[in-house]
Write a protein that binds this ligand. Structure first.
Ligand code: CR6
Length: 820
């Protein structure tokens, strides 16, 4: 595709020159990192041409553009993906081969851009890939954290967090855009000044601190269409001229404070997934990137248009969770205080421009800022939110006269807090959940009051993933096999995968398909040997749970079940047992004690079982250190079983579940999140479903929970594994090490119910489902058929489909075309 512009010899020359000019070295002398930089810069040359061409097209057509505002973009590595999307991967691989350079090794030199925690951040990255591939004009707007998601080391079984200095060798694909720098102001007071000319009050922020926001642009390359969109991430710097000023005035302290603010603000990503910590610095981060992004967006709009009352015709803003909700108030502020609009005009524009995606029903994830902190840091923004709240409460009272309970539940500011989700819903023209079940729970439980009052805003957009990264790049063997059988249309239209259905009864095709899985298992086994020093049997069942560590995701249930199987094998050495490798990968938020205890438990169980010669390697347990986007690609390709075992109702969607499906691993899971829709597509017979339904869980929760001790005292297998947490079996005789985990199952602590996540309640049904997995796996051909059915039925779960739905129902964008 790009071959017109891609000249092999010129490319080789470029790489050599880059090494010479950057490092004064020859290829032979250059380090791996240096070769990575040189190759990336050579690739960037071509990217820039298309990037310019896309910009020129946008200039000319002036299309409506979506600004995807997100605190997180979990991009992973860029080089391989960029080559894939430029359809230049093979050519570059060959060119480098001729120079004696292995592209795979070069790719491995690149640090992951880990500017996100987990699903939410990776979703944003998949969305950008799909937007560019579908040719929709889009900007991703976020923060250029100096330190992304921490690197995880396992020491003595415990997680240790190591800072992720991902920028230390420079980021070859980014471009710094000094000319678009913006000032962002914090704190101070608001002076109100009457302007007799306009007969309006002006609101003037004084005595504030400020920082300079400087954008860095990263190219987002569409697949084979020459469209290059932009991910714009903001860095912070001290405002140096003010600095000097302050010195002159002797205001040294203020100058230093500003300097520190700039350093601190983009320093590090908060490593909390699905959890709100309430830190002031986090609020500063939010305002920082929102204010900078909106200022830049208005400048861009005003270059071509003189009436900001029509902003929504050219601009739409999607808020990825509540983290960017300050966009509502900041846009009001800019429209009123800078552009001179009246309140009602500004509100009309704002409520036609911003839309909100909800990603969780977990109460502990809801952002609620204490008003004293909020109003001190953002005095003008706070005033605006007060006014939005006042007007909204008036509306509730008109609609539901006398229903003060409703007012209390729905207010934006209440009990000394600013409730960000309420603000997002009140201002947003669209409110969406991320899987059908999740959206239904929002409408009928969590956000019921809002749904009652404004049902027209609510809609569902089931998440998706990009097949370009998670199959074409991550699993080249399977990708080639699929293309050989059905052509390459699936790369941009995943529904084409259904054409594979005609091979599910073809023994030759099934055998080839199984062999590819086996090769991918060898690749993962090698990765594990090199990184964990554990030898695993590639013929065993690879049962995989990789995702953030969270109680609701129930890695604890998984490991308790492993302990139970181990007991069985020890008790009945003669019993038939298909060898199993249980693979875990998970980071715990640094302050999440129980999650960290669970990691330690998994590693302790691994130690005991992996070293017990008497079980002949029937079970192995592996905890993969530092689970991240780059090793995820290898893991999904090799999985036999996809563990998706969250307590029903808790996982809004999940996206790992879709990546496993795409790579031919049937789901072992609960009817939660997008699992429901996966089963709907693939059929019950090609999945292993167990456990309480979301209705049942919600019912228990509304009626005080359930009593786990009934189960504990009546099921001796369960009692035995639970007791093994405190009898020293997995702790070298230490009875206290896992006491807290034990207590969490059987003892109620203050307000925390025993077994909040229904682990014991679902245990038997989980063990049964695991038994069904073993039975099914024994019939190797039947298993391959199930696995292939998963690939054939995964069409719905492309982020291309998701993005098209956002475009059709929410954003209403037109495609652009870029000529080569
Ligand atoms: N933690 C949900 O928990 C969903 C993603 C993306 C999450 C997960 O089920 O797939 O968002 N929620 O929609 C939040 O981050 C708040 C997640 O990644």
């Amino acid at each position: 595709m790009y071959s017109k512009r891609f000249e092999k010899e010129a490319f080789k020359e470029e790489v050599k020159n880059n090494i010479k000019n950057l490092y004064r070295k020859t290829i032979e002398e250059a380090t791996g990192r240096q070769i990575f930089q040189a190759v990336s810069l050579a690739v960037k040359e071509t990217v820039i041409d298309y990037w310019l061409a896309t910009q020129a097209e946008m200039e000319k057509k002036d299309p409506k553009t979506v600004y995807y505002m997100s605190m997180e973009f979990l991009m992973g590595r860029a080089l391989g993906n960029n080559l894939i999307n430029m359809t230049a991967y093979q050519e570059v691989k060959e060119a480098l081969d001729e120079m004696g350079i292995d592209l795979n090794i070069v790719e491995d030199q690149e640090p992951d851009a880990a500017l996100g925690n987990g699903g939410l951040g990776r979703l944003a990255a998949c969305f950008l890939d799909s937007l560019a591939t579908l040719g929709y004009p889009a900007y991703g707007c976020g923060i250029r954290y100096r330190y992304g998601m921490f690197k995880q080391k396992i020491e003595n079984g415990y997680q240790v967090e190591v800072p992720d200095n991902w920028l230390k060798d420079g980021n070859p694909f980014e471009i710094r855009r000094d000319e678009y720098a913006k000032e962002v102001r914090f704190g101070g007071d608001v002076r109100i000044e009457y302007d007799p000319l306009t007969k309006r009050n002006n609101f003037i922020q004084e005595n504030y601190s400020s920082v300079r926001a400087v954008p860095y642009d990263m190219p987002i390359i569409g697949y084979g269409n020459h469209v290059v969109n932009t991910l714009r991430i903001w860095d912070a710097e001290a405002i140096t001229d003010f600095h000097l000023d302050a010195f002159n005035r002797g205001d040294y302290r203020h100058a230093v404070e500003q300097e520190n603010l700039a350093k601190m603000i983009v320093d590090v990503l908060y490593p909390c997934d699905d959890h709100y910590a309430g830190k002031e610095l986090r609020l500063k981060q939010q305002y920082f990137f929102i204010s900078a992004s909106l200022q830049a967006l208005l400048v861009r709009y005003k270059k071509k248009h003189d009436d900001v009352r029509k902003l929504h015709e050219k601009v739409t803003i999607q808020m990825n969770d509540t983290h960017p909700t300050l966009a509502v108030a900041e846009l009001m502020h800019l429209l009123i205080d800078q552009e001179g609009l009246e309140w009602d005009e500004a509100w009309d524009v704002t409520t036609k421009t911003v839309a909100y995606t909800n990603h969780t029903i977990m109460a502990e994830a809801l952002e609620k800022w204490p008003i004293d902190l909020f109003s001190k840091l953002l005095p003008r923004i706070y005033q605006i939110i007060q006014e939005i709240d006042r007007r909204f409460i008036e509306q509730i009272r008109v609609r539901f006269p006398g229903d003060e309970g409703r007012v209390a539940r729905m207010a934006i500011i209440r009990d000394g807090q600013v409730k960000m989700a309420h603000l997002a819903i009140v201002a947003g023209y669209s409110v969406n959940g991320v899987a059908r079940l999740h959206t239904e729970i929002l409408k009928h439980e969590e956000l019921k009051d809002f749904y009652d009052m404004m049902p027209e805003k609510f809609n569902n957009k089931t998440n998706g993933i990009t097949q370009r990264r998670f199959l074409l790049h991550g699993n080249p063997l399977l990708a080639d096999w699929v293309t050989k059988h059905i052509g390459d249309g699936w790369i941009t239209d995943l529904s084409e995968m259904s054409k594979l259905k005609k091979y599910v009864d073809d023994p030759k095709a099934l055998a080839e398909f199984a062999e590819i899985k086996y090769q991918n298992k060898l690749r993962l086994a090698e990765y594990i040997r090199n990184n964990n020093g554990i030898e695993i049997d590639p013929r065993s069942i690879f049962d995989v749970q990789v995702k953030r560590l969270h109680e609701y995701k129930r890695q604890f249930l998984n490991i308790l079940h492993v302990m139970y199987l181990y007991n069985q094998i020890k008790d009945h050495p003669e019993m038939y047992f298909y060898p199993r490798t249980f693979i875990f990968g998970a980071k715990a938020a640094a302050g999440y004690v129980r999650a960290k205890e669970t990691i330690k438990l998994i590693n302790s169980v691994a130690d005991v079982i992996n070293n017990d010669k008497s079980i002949n390697g029937k079970i192995k347990v592996v905890f993969i250190e530092d689970y991240r986007v780059s090793n995820a690609e290898i893991i999904f390709a090799a999985a036999d079983v996809s563990e998706q075992i969250s307590t029903a109702s808790k996982e809004a969607s999940g996206t790992g579940n879709m990546k496993f499906m795409l790579n031919g691993a049937p789901t072992l899971g609960t009817m939660d999140g997008a699992n429901v829709e996966i089963v709907e597509e693939v059929g019950m017979e090609n999945a292993f479903i167990f456990g309480l339904s979301s209705q049942e869980v919600i019912h228990f929760e509304n009626h005080g929970g359930y009593n786990p001790t009934d189960i504990y005292f009546n099921d001796w297998d369960i009692k035995r594994v639970v007791d093994q947490l405190i009898d020293g079996t997995y702790a070298n005789g230490n009875r206290e090490m896992y006491r807290d985990l034990y207590d969490s199952l059987v003892n109620t602590h203050g307000r925390e119910r025993a077994d909040r996540y229904f682990i014991l309640k679902d245990f038997r049904s989980y063990a049964d489902a695991q038994k069904r997995v073993e039975e099914a796996y024994k019939d190797r051909e039947a298993w391959s058929r199930k696995a292939l059915m998963n690939v054939a039925c995964c069409g719905k779960f492309s982020s291309d489909r998701t993005i098209q739905e956002y475009v059709d129902d929410i954003w209403h964008l037109d495609q652009i075309k870029v000529d080569a």
